[in-house]
Design a protein around this ligand. Structure first.
Ligand code: S3P
Length: 171
């Protein structure tokens, strides 16, 4: 296994699940947003404000390309699939897992999250955030290798299912 990449909307649980997968598979975990933050020596929110989304997406592609050479568990930002170049890069990978989460749950998480400042959710109404998700749904499906429905499962169960599905695909 080369690497596992987690994709999904904001609040889908990518960070939590990637940490658990890394422990279980003894692989380093990289969070793409953190990687970008280090690279720009600043926060994603500030970057969005200063340079806008298009510039952020460009940076995201550059960093994604760099990380797709490594044997890691990679947690991506919810908008990774917006760029067609990123979707192409991801669809060439073997283990891109789409964490499927219902709007009810991701909205609850996004609104209660005091740690992450999400520029594309902060100033939007719930209906606008859901519309953003809907505009990306087919993109997640285009980029994924397989998906895991997360709503009714514990992090442990989600990790188990990812490992099971990944093994099943190889045999
Ligand atoms: C974004 C999601 C964020 C972050 C940035 C843009 C998006 O990551 O990359 O704020 O476009 O959905 P999370 O999915 O980890 O919140």
């Amino acid at each position: 296994m080369e690497r596992i990449i987690l994709i999904g909307f904001m609040g889908a649980g990518k960070t939590t699940i990637s940490a658990k997968l890394g422990q279980r598979l003894h692989l380093p975990v990289v969070d793409l947003d953190e990687f970008i933050s280090k690279k720009i020596s600043g926060t994603i929110a500030d970057y969005f404000e200063k340079y806008g989304e298009a510039s952020f997406r460009y940076l995201e592609t550059e960093c994604l390309q760099e990380l797709l050479k490594q044997k890691i568990i990679l947690s991506t930002g919810g908008g990774i699939v917006v760029s067609s170049e990123n979707r192409k890069l991801l669809s060439q990978e073997e283990n891109v897992v789409y964490l499927e989460t219902s709007p009810k749950l991701f909205l609850e998480r996004i609104r209660n999250d005091k740690e992450n400042n999400r520029p594309l959710a902060n100033e939007k109404s719930d209906a606008e955030v859901v519309a953003l998700f809907q505009s990306r749904e087919t993109y997640y499906k285009e980029a994924m290798s397989f998906s895991v429905a997360t709503d009714t499962k514990s992090p442990q169960e989600i990790v188990d299912e990812i490992i099971m599905q990944q093994k099943g695909r190889k045999s």
